[in-house]
Design a protein around this ligand. Structure first.
Ligand SMILES: N[C@@H](CCC(=O)N[C@@H](CS)C(=O)NCC(=O)O)C(=O)O
Length: 277
């Protein structure tokens, strides 16, 4: 038993006699247990055409040196085991150059250079990455479910993301809202999905984009209220399991490209770049 990297996903094999030439179909045979980890990398990776495409170059992420809207993109790439480069916007001039070069379709970041495209709109960036790295289900129905789960966590993350910009009075109100929405609206739903699914993930026995967003949302919510998961045993177990996925574990280590919670400096940089007061 051990972990193997298949199509950029770390999966655990119950049985290491799975043939070295792993195809997408073979992934169906993979079952998940999170007890033992051995860093086995399949030597035949170069034979998988899908993997060869990623050798074209690392995705390049254009954003501030902070979480904001780019953080879920960093999470998703990291979860998929994809290395990426980052260009941090610090000055108005950098931003104007991107505008002048026609790189920002709607004059906004995040922007990600990937596979010869300059992608903007966070949702479009994320769904492209999810589809490319097999984190987006196997058919339209699975994609619809993943979309629903992802939008739920996005809504929760949005009220957490804006928290740091608020006045102290607004912060108090917003913290109550975060706790109320997390514990009454969103977490009960994910707890039930895990229970009904009876597996280790939100969707069947697959590790998907929905799991990646949920773990990000859980950790963000816990930063605001450390006991926020106390009523949700399955989510606690989910958190422990997903944090143990090798790519996620790596991303959670100090020194990774994961960003700290936003602060005044992050806000000041965004204001400078966008010429806000
Ligand atoms: N719908 C866009 C919104 C992007 C957005 O508002 N980005 C902000 C930075 S986080 C921005 O570029 N603001 C400048 C502007 O809108 O002029 C997305 O999801 O990517």
């Amino acid at each position: 038993m051990g972990f193997a990297r298949v199509n950029h996903l770390w999966v655990e094999f119950q049985d290491l006699t799975v043939p070295a030439k792993v195809s997408c179909a073979a992934r169906e045979k993979i079952a998940w247990t999170s007890d033992q980890v051995s860093d086995l990398e399949l030597s035949s990776e170069k034979n998988i055409p899908y993997l060869n495409r990623t050798m074209a170059g690392k995705p390049k992420l254009y954003y501030f040196n902070g979480r904001g809207r780019m953080e879920p993109v960093r999470w998703l790439l990291a979860a998929a085991g994809v290395e990426f480069e980052e260009v941090f916007l610090e000055t108005r001039e950098q931003y104007e150059k991107l505008l002048k070069d026609g790189f920002l379709l709607f004059q906004q970041v995040p922007m990600v250079e990937i596979d010869g495209m300059k992608l903007v709109q966070t949702r479009a960036i994320l769904s492209y990455i999810a589809a490319k790295y097999n984190l987006y289900g196997r058919d339209l129905k699975e994609r619809a479910l993943i979309d629903m789960y992802v939008e739920g966590t996005t809504d929760l993350m949005t009220i957490i993301r804006v928290h740091f910009k608020l006045t102290p009075e607004e912060k108090e109100k917003n913290l109550n809202l975060i706790i109320e929405r997390a514990t009454k609206r969103y977490f009960p739903v994910y707890e039930k999905i895990l229970k009904d699914n009876g597996q280790h993930f939100l969707l069947g026995n697959q590790f998907t984009w929905a799991d990646v967003q949920l773990i990000e949302a859980i950790l963000m919510a816990e930063e605001k209220e450390p006991t926020i998961l106390s009523q949700f045993p399955l989510l606690q177990a989910f958190k422990a399991r997903i944090c143990d996925v090798p790519t996620i574990k790596k991303f959670l280590q100090p020194g990774s490209q994961r960003k700290p919670p936003p602060d005044e400096k992050f806000l000041a940089t965004a204001n400078r770049v966008f010429n806000r007061k």
